[in-house]
Design a protein around this ligand. Structure first.
Ligand code: DX5
Ligand code: ZN
Length: 227
């Protein structure tokens, strides 16, 4: 099997004073998706940006020849539904949320889909996967946190590799086309191990935006994935 890998730079580590330029530059450097980390200072101890910023960035999320690049919204918010709806209206392509932040997980998934976005579920490092028994067929994306959510620049938690393997088995058994994305502490040096465990989509914030040459980092990540 040769999966189509996707690299999703997190603009959490971009220069917030120049977000439109940063999005264009990282796409021109080879980004496949733009990862958009929404934090509410309630579900997580940090505060970032909301649907108005997503809407403002939407026209910038395109390749230099005008092809749209998906905006991958990761909601670290509680409650979920009202903001999920607002992000769908603001042009988000994928919207994922944490099941422990919603009282009605199935309803939250359907709400996202009813507004035309693709739906994802996100699991913190110590969260069990049981809820997938009941909703996996409704999902387009499963996002595994490999750090505790709230901040960029943390170290990859190794038990995530076992969890990726477990989710890969569940996706293969279900037979649906579901992206398996991993978020936190991913760099050129560990991206291959994350792929080997079964991931196909990789969030990287500080590893990309923390370096002057985004293309060099993304090219190296792709070379390591292809090796
Ligand atoms: C953490 C965020 C991540 C974060 C990853 O709450 O969900 O997307 O930006 O950052 P790095 O790649 O720096 O670990
Ligand atoms: Zn994220």
């Amino acid at each position: 099997m040769n999966p189509t890998y996707r690299i999703a730079p997190s603009i959490l580590s971009a220069d917030f004073a120049r977000l439109g330029d940063e999005v264009r530059t990282v796409i021109a450097s080879g980004a496949d998706w733009i990862h958009f980390d929404v934090m509410d200072n309630h579900y997580v101890p940090n505060l970032t940006f909301g649907p108005m910023i997503c809407q403002a960035l939407k026209p910038h999320a395109a390749t230099p020849d005008g092809k749209p690049v998906p905006i991958d919204v990761h909601l670290m918010v509680q409650p979920v539904d009202e903001l999920a709806t607002a992000f769908a209206k603001a042009g988000a392509d994928y919207i994922s949320f944490h099941p422990d932040a919603s009282n009605h997980v199935h309803r939250s998934i359907q709400n996202i889909k009813s507004h035309g976005a693709k739906a994802g579920l996100t699991f913190n490092p110590a969260m069990p996967l049981d809820v997938l028994d009941w909703v996996i067929e409704d999902l387009d994306l499963i996002l595994l946190m490999s750090v505790n959510p709230g901040f960029g620049g943390q170290s990859f938690i190794d038990s995530t590799l076992r969890k990726i393997e477990a989710v890969r088995k569940r996706i293969d058994a279900c037979g649906k086309d579901i992206r398996l994305e991993v978020d936190g502490g991913i760099k050129e040096t560990n991206i291959r191990a994350v792929a080997n465990a079964g991931a196909d989509t990789f969030v990287a914030g500080s590893a990309i935006f923390g370096k002057p040459d985004y293309k060099a980092v993304i090219d190296q990540m792709r070379a390591n994935l292809a090796a």
